[in-house]
Design a protein around this ligand. Structure first.
Ligand SMILES: Nc1nc2c(ncn2[C@@H]2O[C@H](COP(=O)(O)OP(=O)(O)OP(=O)(O)O)[C@@H](O)[C@H]2O)c(=O)[nH]1
Ligand SMILES: [Mg+2]
Length: 508
């Protein structure tokens, strides 16, 4: 075969390539130019079920050059079993055959290995044994050993122009978000650069490095910390053949899993559809990729594989339904208002301890979890203060930086209800080194939701988690009260302050 290949290549004066399955079946024959060859996208080719695609590429080189960087990129990104270059000698007969394959480990900075060039006539058929061994080693080395294969295994990627500390904290938060969505985080990559590549976000070389990590760790998902536009998702997906999502999709997915109430489910579905809509204009394969797994799981059973018109129809229907549900809630609230109980609303960054505080104050057992967005649906309880003032205390969804606008819009009705609170209790996790940033995010949302007129009590929570609380207390005690929501005995200053502020409201 080598001879025929060389002859045709020689006569056409073009590179010729063949893609061969492990079974020996020829997948395709490709005719290139004199010094290059374009491998067709292999995304439709069924993989052999392992880490590699189960395909070997043999192609001719006419100008006597060795395996080059282009070839290595093909090997890597197409996940070929092996790539071989067959030299065409000046007389049109076969020269040496050089081969390269990927390695399950990076050895001295290299994640591929060259085989000794041989003459094709001397080739022994040890190829399938070698690949079989490699494949099983890939599987052994991968983190996939004890992992539920249904669970997503991700590499997190952040390309940031922000200062190092901010960028690191933002990436740490992305890790928490992924963890909150039951995703196994295999690795995270922070790339700080002055400008990002408009098409691939990262440079090709860096993306190749990450791709090697992905293969070695058996990742199936890339999560980017920045919002990707549809064509970026497509470029990166085409380039890496990995599933690619961004931070917004991750947050939407968490919300989709967490929504319990009818209103919450409607709101999340609406946000997801709004996120998808502008992303439909691109080629439809981008959509079909978008609609697998994360980002496509609706809270209901609706599969989001619908076209723009149907999405718009669905949005219209959701809006109506949501209006109905919201009206119903308004009615209930009006009833409550008649009883004239003051309302105290717990607000703050996600995971600050809002639900925990509500539980401790009212002996309730609403879900609290060391996960982001544990609470989606608002909960209300009655609370009696020592001075016999009775109030309604409500717990709400937490805030986060870069809260997807789609979610903010969808949850607007719920959040606007905060406007009727008599006292906002801003819960802050003071054990988080970035608590000042978190406060700023929350306060910015107060402005956006027009809540700045309402009295607000800052509650610095989780003081029990702070190693050296003294200086911290001195720093913040003028701004609000310091508590630990898990220690009831620390709540007295909070109760007194809240009572005082509520009392003022009642006097008005
Ligand atoms: N050590 C300590 N842990 C706390 C305290 N308050 C809350 N936690 C923990 O922090 C985590 C988050 O608490 P939640 O009450 O769920 O936080 P949340 O503000 O309601 O969060 P979302 O609903 O996700 O917005 C849980 O694991 C709590 O047990 C505290 O005062 N001290
Ligand atoms: Mg909560």
């Amino acid at each position: 075969m080598a001879r025929t290949l060389c002859q045709i290549s020689f006569e056409l004066n073009r590179q010729i390539g063949i893609l061969i399955h492990r079974s020996g079946k020829v997948e395709s024959v490709i005719v290139g130019t004199f010094n290059g060859i374009m491998i067709p996208s292999l995304s439709l080719v069924r993989t052999a079920g392992g880490r590699l695609k189960g395909l070997r590429l043999i192609h001719t080189h006419l100008a006597g050059e060795e395996i080059n960087d282009e070839d290595l990129m093909d090997l890597l990104f197409l996940r070929l079993d092996m790539l071989s270059v067959l030299q065409v000698a000046e007389d049109g007969f076969p020269g040496l055959l050089s081969s390269v394959h990927l390695l399950p480990d990076t050895v001295q900075g290299k994640s591929w290995s060259f085989l000794k060039p041989i003459h094709p006539a001397n080739q022994k058929d040890s190829f399938s044994d070698l690949i079989g061994e490699l494949e099983s080693e890939f599987t052994r080395k991968g983190a996939g050993k004890n992992v539920d294969k249904g669970q997503d295994r991700a590499i997190l990627i952040s390309v940031s122009t922000e200062p190092k500390i901010t960028a690191e904290e933002s990436l740490r938060e992305l890790v928490e978000l992924a963890r909150s969505d039951q995703i196994l985080v295999l690795d995270s990559v922070l790339q700080r650069s002055r400008k990002t590549n408009p098409r691939l976000i990262l440079g090709k070389g860096k993306l190749a490095d990450i791709m090697i990590r992905a293969l070695q760790l058996d990742a199936n998902l890339f999560i980017f910390n920045q919002e990707l536009n549809p064509s970026q998702v497509r470029s990166i997906t085409d380039f890496t053949e990995m599933r690619v999502i961004d931070r917004t999709q991750l947050i939407l997915d968490i919300f989709a899993h967490r929504a319990m109430s009818r209103e919450g489910k409607l709101q999340v579905e609406m946000a997801q559809l709004k996120y998808m809509l502008p992303r439909l204009s691109t080629r439809d394969d981008a959509l079909s990729r978008l609609s697998g797994g994360i980002g496509a799981r609706g809270p209901g059973e609706t599969k989001l594989e619908i076209d723009r018109r149907r999405i718009n129809d669905r949005l219209a229907r959701l809006t109506k339904e949501l209006e109905g549900v919201t009206r119903e809630r308004y009615r209930r609230r009006a009833k409550r208002r008649k009883k004239e109980l003051p309302v105290l609303s717990l607000v703050g960054y996600t995971n600050a301890g809002k639900s925990t505080l509500l539980n401790t104050l009212t002996d309730s057992h609403i879900l609290t979890e060391d996960k982001l967005f544990a609470t989606l649906d608002p909960t209300s309880r009655r609370l009696r203060f020592p001075e016999d003032i009775e109030v309604i205390i409500t717990d709400t969804v937490g805030f986060i930086q870069h809260l997807p606008d789609e979610l903010l819009q969808a949850f607007k009705a719920t959040l606007e209800e905060l406007g009727e609170a008599d006292l906002l209790v801003h819960v802050i996790d003071i054990s988080n080194p970035c608590f000042r940033d978190h406060m700023a995010v929350v306060e910015k949302l107060f402005v956006e939701l027009q809540l700045t007129e309402i009295p607000c009590l800052k509650v610095f929570n989780k003081i029990d988690k702070v190693n050296d609380p003294g200086p911290v207390i001195i720093e913040v005690e003028k701004e609000g009260v310091v508590i630990s929501a898990v220690q009831r005995e620390t709540l007295m200053p909070f109760l007194q302050q809240a009572q005082k502020l509520i009392g003022k409201v009642l006097d008005r």
